[in-house]
Design a binder for this molecule. Structure first.
Ligand SMILES: *[C@@H]1O[C@H](CO)[C@@H](O)[C@H](O)[C@H]1NC(C)=O
Ligand SMILES: *[C@@H]1O[C@H](CO)[C@@H](O)[C@H](O)[C@H]1NC(C)=O
Ligand SMILES: *[C@@H]1O[C@H](CO)[C@@H](O)[C@H](O)[C@H]1NC(C)=O
Ligand SMILES: *[C@@H]1O[C@H](CO)[C@@H](O)[C@H](O)[C@H]1NC(C)=O
Ligand SMILES: *[C@@H]1O[C@H](CO)[C@@H](O)[C@H](O)[C@H]1NC(C)=O
Ligand SMILES: *[C@@H]1O[C@H](CO)[C@@H](O)[C@H](O)[C@H]1NC(C)=O
Ligand SMILES: *[C@@H]1O[C@H](CO)[C@@H](O)[C@H](O)[C@H]1NC(C)=O
Length: 338
């Protein structure tokens, strides 16, 4: 159950990542590829096949993950985490680069507007400046939306993992120790099975709470990255048109046409970037939903603990009955709740 869930998550993240990588920042995944062993390489070729054929997931690839060992599972999760980080980094660095390009383009326009004496010829430059300033105003908000979403999810992850460490792992360790001591090690294996089953069942619930959020976040960041790269390119194009105009003393009409053509690509930018900011806020809302789901899972785990403790009590009682060697061992074995 574990590994199937993480495989789905991983696959979705990898599909997002491969889209990001298809646009100009391949170096982001370089260190991931470096860190991976042959298993990792195999996972990657699985993804590449799956992504090449659209949404079809290569059955053999999923089979491999289902059959995987705990070690493999651990690698898979780590890999998913690295991909998540890479997607986030691609989005935020894309925004930073774009923001710098906008600033530079705005500076160039200011200079050229100051230099240009002819009012008519200033007009297209002023239009371009106004457009870029409108875009610049939305980029900060978008950057904040992307970072807020990421920070919130990170914070939740830390919060959950602290609770899980204390209420799940430390509790289970203490229970195991209790059985181990009170049965002289005889009941340890059975207790371990019960506790492992509980842990892996609840880990599965947690994955179902969180996987959709992770996928939403990754595809959101991928959308941000795509938009930012597109408008970054258009901004460069605009600056290039302005420079061309001034350097080669083109006639006014071709100048204006070149600038207006470049501006047309940018006309959808403010609305697009605002829409992306809002999408980020919606993903945060599903984050709250996921938190609700996690909260409920943690609460259910608390409710189930006393039953598990009773099962462990039974193991201890059975051992102690056997030690006493005398009377009926039968009546203790019935009250087990699953
Ligand atoms: C790669 O494999 C070797 C041997 O199997 C192992 O010791 C090492 O930790 C692995 N590295 C990573 C990054 O998984
Ligand atoms: C996907 O494409 C690869 C290479 O083209 C092919 O070998 C593989 O069988 C395809 N997988 C599916 C599920 O269609
Ligand atoms: C996975 O395990 C199943 C059942 O043990 C087996 O039939 C299947 O061939 C295995 N798949 C792979 C890819 O090893
Ligand atoms: C998973 O791998 C990390 C780093 O290789 C290690 O620190 C951690 O203990 C492993 N977890 C499990 C459950 O094996
Ligand atoms: C914009 O991207 C295209 C490819 O999509 C590229 O050919 C062109 O050089 C880029 N333009 C700028 C100004 O970066
Ligand atoms: C700007 O982009 C247009 C359309 O893609 C292209 O025709 C033009 O050459 C580019 N201008 C510059 C200066 O790169
Ligand atoms: C929250 O979860 C409920 C129940 O699963 C679902 O109906 C609702 O659409 C979710 N809301 C968001 C914002 O994801």
């Amino acid at each position: 159950m574990h590994s199937t869930k993480s495989a789905v998550l991983l696959l979705a993240l990898a599909i997002s990542a491969s889209c990001v990588v298809a646009t100009p920042h391949p170096e982001f995944l370089d260190d991931i590829f470096d860190a991976l062993n042959r298993t990792g390489q195999h996972i990657i070729s699985g993804f590449l096949d799956a992504t090449k054929n659209g949404t079809a997931i290569a059955e053999e690839f999923l089979d491999n993950i289902r059959n995987s060992s705990a070690q493999y599972y651990n690698e898979t999760l780590e890999f998913a985490q690295k991909i998540e980080d890479a997607v986030h980094r691609a989005a935020t660095e894309g925004i930073t680069d774009f923001s710098a390009a906008l600033g530079a383009a705005i500076d160039v326009l200011h200079q050229e507007i100051d230099r240009q004496r002819n009012v008519l010829q200033r007009k297209p430059l002023k239009d371009a400046l106004a457009r870029l300033q409108a875009i610049q105003a939305t980029v900060n908000d978008l950057e904040n939306a992307v970072n807020d979403l990421n920070d919130e999810i990170d914070e939740k992850k830390l919060q959950y993992s602290a609770i899980i460490q204390e209420k799940w792992i430390q509790w289970a360790d203490a229970q195991l120790e209790r059985v181990d001591e009170q049965t002289n090690g005889v009941g340890t294996e059975e207790a371990e099975e019960i506790l492992d089953e509980l842990l892996s069942r609840y880990s599965g619930y947690l994955h179902s709470c969180l996987e959709e959020l992770q996928v939403q976040k990754a595809s959101y960041e991928q959308n941000v990255h795509e938009a930012v790269v597109k408008y970054h390119n258009a901004t460069n194009n605009l600056t290039a048109e302005v420079r061309l105009c001034l350097q080669s003393n083109l006639n006014f009409l071709s100048c204006r046409n070149g600038i207006n053509r470049a501006l047309r690509v940018l006309s959808s930018a403010p609305a697009d970037l605002i829409a992306l900011k809002l999408q980020g806020i919606r993903v945060r809302a599903s984050g709250l939903n996921a938190s609700g789901c996690v909260g409920q899972t943690l609460a259910e785990h608390e409710l189930e603990k006393p039953n598990v403790e009773r099962e462990l009590d039974d193991i201890i009682a059975r051992y102690q009955d056997e030690q006493e060697g005398s009377s009926s061992g039968e009546e203790t074995s019935t009250a087990i709740v699953s």
